[in-house]
Design a protein around this ligand. Structure first.
Ligand code: C2E
Ligand code: CA
Ligand code: CA
Ligand code: CA
Length: 278
């Protein structure tokens, strides 16, 4: 009918999801105010593809709190971003990950810790200084740390981020382009990007071992070749099965991440898995 007004655009389901987002955002804010209560990090190892030996780990944020229970990052990260809370939370994530990395790199001299950084954190003018301070306070050499940025950071507004990239480069911090292939960057852009590492999104690994996936296989093969030709190393994400691993190794990726190696696990479980109990 013609009687459509603004209110009818909001279905009950949409109202409910907007309400949940609002309530969850204020609950997350409370967690931040209460000293990051309810936040924790889990760690997913990644391995050298040549021998599957431990290369490092990616720190992944988790949150749970009453009355919501455990909420997925896919839901709470966008809310942290839209509310600006990602800035203090991101600082906390970096500090925790650096502390853990200090401990683990004492056991594994070449251990690498990857930390996800939101675009909004990069825009915060205190960002590079905070990274520098955190490393210094924990006595961790910058070669152990990789900052993961989504592909969109490299495409949108590269100009605004150039200065920060320069600062990070000066500290010899490595940058990884995360979720490669899901955004708008082209293969050609890779050669000019400030990334040291490219992480190919798991979308492309899905069923890579099946014959009909010739497109994904050749896409990955091209990305790897091109990256190697300009000195960028490549991590393939989302390797879940042995056959996928075989297919990916044949394409000469440098490192492998995915459930086949391990799911993200608590720091205690990580230590138990790699260094046994003591
Ligand atoms: P991401 O950075 O691409 O992280 C990888 C995601 O893929 C993780 O999901 C991980 O659990 C999942 N994954 C790893 N291996 C496999 C696999 O073999 N199969 C499948 N199906 N999934 C796999 P998670 O932990 O739910 O995180 C989702 C996203 O949330 C992350 O995607 C990242 O964009 C964001 N995120 C997580 N922690 C942080 C953080 O501390 N800061 C920021 N800014 N974003 C974060
Ligand atoms: Ca990531
Ligand atoms: Ca990713
Ligand atoms: Ca699969």
């Amino acid at each position: 009918t013609k009687g459509k007004n603004i209110m009818t655009a909001y279905t009950p389901a949409l109202m409910r999801s907007k309400l949940r987002a609002l309530e969850l955002t204020s609950r997350l804010q409370l967690s931040v105010v209460n000293g990051m209560e309810g936040f924790r990090l889990v760690y997913q190892p990644f391995a050298h593809s040549k021998d599957l030996g431990l290369a490092g780990a990616e720190a992944l944020l988790r949150w749970s709190g009453e009355p919501f229970g455990e909420v997925t990052p896919a839901e709470f990260i966008p809310l942290l971003e839209s509310s600006g809370l990602i800035v203090p939370v991101g600082k906390w994530v970096l500090e925790q990950a650096v502390k853990t990395c200090k401990k683990w790199s004492d056991r594994e001299p070449d251990f690498i810790m990857n930390v996800n950084i939101s675009y909004l954190q990069m825009l915060d003018e205190s960002f590079a200084g905070h990274v520098e301070k955190t490393l210094k306070e924990n006595g961790l050499d910058s070669r152990h740390v990789v900052l993961e940025l989504t592909e969109s950071c490299f495409v949108t507004d590269m100009g605004g981020l150039k200065e920060i990239f320069r600062h990070l480069r000066g500290m010899r911090i490595q940058i990884a382009m995360d979720d490669f292939g899901t955004g708008y960057s082209s293969l050609g852009m890779l050669s000019q990007s400030p990334a040291d590492i490219v992480k190919i999104d798991r979308l492309f690994i899905e069923a890579i071992d099946r014959d009909e996936n010739v497109f994904n296989r050749s896409f990955i093969a091209s990305v790897i070749k091109l990256c190697h030709s300009v000195g960028i190393t490549v991590c393939v994400e989302g390797v879940e099965e042995q056959d996928e691993l075989r297919a990916v190794c044949a394409l000469e990726a440098d490192s492998i991440q995915g459930y086949y190696i391990s799911r993200p696990i608590s720091p205690e479980a990580f230590e138990e898995k790699y260094w046994g109990s003591d």
